[in-house]
Ligand binder design. Structure first.
Ligand code: LMR
Length: 326
């Protein structure tokens, strides 16, 4: 006799399979401390996922380059060894040149302007610029505007001449410092403190939250409040992994990401200002505020980078970014 499979039986069997299914594991690796905009965002994502998708998705967060660091995290994402990352926008050069628009010095007046660009069509489009490389951008997360730190006081561009600066792996940043006669070294974030401490480099550029959480202010006697560029993140996943998640679960995850993004971006500027204040109180570095004329001199000196990179980034993207300043 042929076995008869009833619809009810099939539903029961499928439900049982679903109930027994192992949770989807999302490893989220990043390179900064937990008490930073990105670090807090990763933890909030974990908390909300575990509240709303118990037994279906579990999230493991690895801060401070403990699982993967700058040198290998994107490769690990491609190999599905990690499922979520939020690298700085300066770290995608190997996969897309367009995202380098964010590295152009003095392009955005402030974080609000960056925010407007990220929300517009051209900004959103960049989230999908690496899909051929199996990388899907899910959101932009803010950290903040970068400040210049060094072993000497930087008031004018000529003060930076000959000092070696640590940079993220971006040709735009290399050129930015070349404009002021400063050599650069591409060093992973995990090694920045030591490189500054032992004199491998004499300067760096970071938002206040990264300077404070990695104690860079204890080995850099001067910090110039230059706000010359932005350090933001793209939350990314492996495209095949992400779109392989069952639709209902993925939709829930996307809703959670929207909430976390809102919170990270709402709180980032305040967190950076609080860390600026902590650095000031620590008294180990002098915070140099530039006059409008001094800041303009830096802007003029670094401005040629825009033209140099226009052919690779795209004039349309640079133009769209410029229109967000008020
Ligand atoms: C850096 O390397 O300086 C930053 O990208 C680190 C980070 O993730 O904020």
């Amino acid at each position: 006799m042929k076995p008869i499979i009833t619809l009810a039986g099939l539903v029961l069997a499928l439900t049982a399979t679903a109930v027994e299914a192992e949770p989807i594991v999302i490893k989220f690796s990043h390179v900064v401390a937990e008490d930073t905009p990105k670090g807090k965002g990763a933890l909030l994502f974990k908390k909300l996922v575990e509240e709303r998708l118990p037994g279906q998705v579990s999230v493991e967060v690895y801060p401070n380059s403990t699982l993967f660091g700058d040198a290998n995290e994107l490769e690990a994402l491609a190999n599905d060894e990690v499922q979520l990352l939020a690298p700085s926008l300066a770290k995608f050069e190997k996969y897309t040149k367009q995202v380098q628009v964010f590295d152009l010095p003095f392009l955005f007046d402030d974080l609000e302007a960056v925010n407007r660009f990220q929300k517009r069509a051209k900004g959103r489009q960049l989230l999908r610029s690496m899909e051929k490389e199996n990388i899907t951008g899910l959101a932009y997360w803010h950290n903040g505007m970068k400040q210049l730190s060094a072993t000497k006081a930087l008031m004018l561009p000529s003060d930076a001449m000959g000092l070696a600066f640590r940079i993220q792996p971006s040709a735009v940043l290399e050129s930015q410092f070349a404009q002021v006669g400063a050599p650069t070294k591409k060093i992973p974030f995990a090694e920045v403190y030591t490189s500054l401490q032992n004199g491998t480099v004499q300067g760096a550029e970071n938002p206040w939250s990264n300077i404070y959480s990695k104690k860079m202010h204890t080995v850099q006697p001067y910090i110039t409040e230059s706000n010359h560029g932005v350090l933001d993140y793209m939350l990314v996943s492996n495209t095949r992994f992400w779109f392989g998640i069952p639709h209902q679960i993925r939709t829930e995850l996307e809703g959670i990401i929207d909430e976390v993004t809102f919170e990270v971006n709402r709180a980032a500027e305040e967190a950076n200002q609080a860390d600026r204040e902590r650095i000031r109180k620590a008294g180990t570095s002098e915070i140099i505020e530039l006059t409008p004329e001094q800041r303009e001199a830096w802007r003029e000196a670094m401005r040629p980078v825009w033209q140099e990179f226009e052919p690779v980034i795209g004039a349309d993207i640079i133009k769209a970014a410029q229109t967000v300043n008020r």
